[in-house]
Write a protein that binds this ligand. Structure first.
Ligand SMILES: [Mn+2]
Length: 354
């Protein structure tokens, strides 16, 4: 599996005329090597691939990493410089997300070499998930689905948003997740109108809408889902915006398939909300890619004509936010296939009053 990824990356390097690539993004390193740690650097040339870590990780690295030279050395750039010198390479591509301090260190160590910033060489491979990745993401989604179902029994007027968030986080941990994929959002009443209202000490009251946006990390891969529910009762206007957001979410599920342009992926659900008169209140993009990161390429815009591809896992998260009153968001994770999509988050979406 990892060998295949390395081959694809080398192919991309050849096509872009990249003789050597320095990889410092730890998730990209995990993707290529299977090594997960806080200290790692990878160098790839036409005929060598080297993972540099330190003594804390060396035994583990040697046991999990196949097909790479594994070196323990705290001064990783010195190792890179030696490999490049031995191979007579004078141009080094690096990931453009490195810090200014790291770049300055590179300028010193690689003096006289041509340093070329690159973006997304590995991320472009990560966009399309293989079967193992899909199964892992699916498990992360099952865990969040179950945590949501359990939370429906836990949530009562009088509990705070933080108590609900903690319940979700704890349940996901109990079911085998290693962490949450981001700080759990639990936004009730007027706070539900804030798209990213992190859980607060606000007490949940009868008559509140409650938006829960959360996910977990399972074997390094994430889930990301949102459900909005109502406590005790729901007003006519709230029910109307709920059904509008649900219709937008479902319109995208019905339309999404490989070959759809990015602008359509955003446009199909957005037009449903615009037709209902709530266009100005859908204030964010429709979704994003997810995998090892909870937000990763692709991102969508109203003009992008790139096409979504089979194997992408994308979120479908339309929302309507009426400031000072309440908001609704519904989010699913979708696996794109050749002729449609598969919904990975299966928790119920019909309007729920508890
Ligand atoms: Mn999301």
């Amino acid at each position: 599996m990892h060998t295949n990824r390395l081959e694809k990356l080398r192919h991309q390097m050849m096509e872009t005329g990249t003789p050597a690539l320095l990889i410092t993004n730890l998730k990209n390193i995990y993707y290529l090597t299977g090594f997960w740690g806080s200290a790692g650097t990878v160098l790839i040339t036409a005929d060598r691939q080297v993972l540099i870590t330190d003594d804390r990780y060396i035994t583990y690295a040697q046991s999990v990493v196949k097909d790479f030279e594994v070196v323990s050395e705290r001064d990783e750039l010195a190792v890179v410089a030696k490999v490049l010198k031995d191979s007579h390479i004078s141009e080094l591509a690096f990931e453009d997300e490195v810090s200014v301090a790291y770049y300055q260190a590179m300028q010193t160590v690689f003096e006289g070499m041509h340093l070329v910033p690159t973006s997304n060489l590995v991320m472009n491979l990560r966009m399309m998930k293989d079967e193992t990745e899909i199964a892992t993401i699916q498990r992360a989604c099952q865990i969040s689905d179950q945590a949501f179902l359990d939370a429906l029994d836990f949530i009562k007027p009088g509990k705070t948003e933080l108590e609900v968030a903690n319940f979700l986080d704890f349940r996901m941990r109990e079911m085998g997740s290693e962490a949450v994929s981001f700080d759990t959002i639990a936004a009730s009443g007027y706070r539900s109108a804030m798209p990213h209202g992190r859980a607060s000490e606000k007490v949940i009251e009868a008559g509140d809408a409650l938006t829960l946006d959360f996910g977990c990390i399972y074997d390094h891969y994430v889930s990301d889902m949102t459900r909005t529910i109502y406590i005790g009762s729901v007003s006519d206007e709230e029910a109307e915006i709920y059904q509008t957001v649900l219709a937008a979410n479902q319109a995208l599920i019905a339309a999404a398939k490989a070959g759809m342009e990015y602008r359509e992926f955003d446009g199909v659900p957005r037009r449903v909300i615009e037709a209902a008169g709530y266009g100005p209140y859908f204030t964010h993009g429709i979704g994003h890619g997810m995998g090892l990161d909870v937000h990763e390429i692709p991102y969508f815009s109203k003009t992008a004509t790139d096409k979504i591809q089979a194997g992408m896992v994308l979120t479908d998260e339309p929302g309507i936010y009426l400031e000072g009153k309440y908001g609704v968001r519904i989010e699913d994770d979708l696996l794109i296939t050749e002729d449609g999509c598969k919904i990975l988050t299966l928790a119920p979406k019909e309007l729920t009053v508890i």
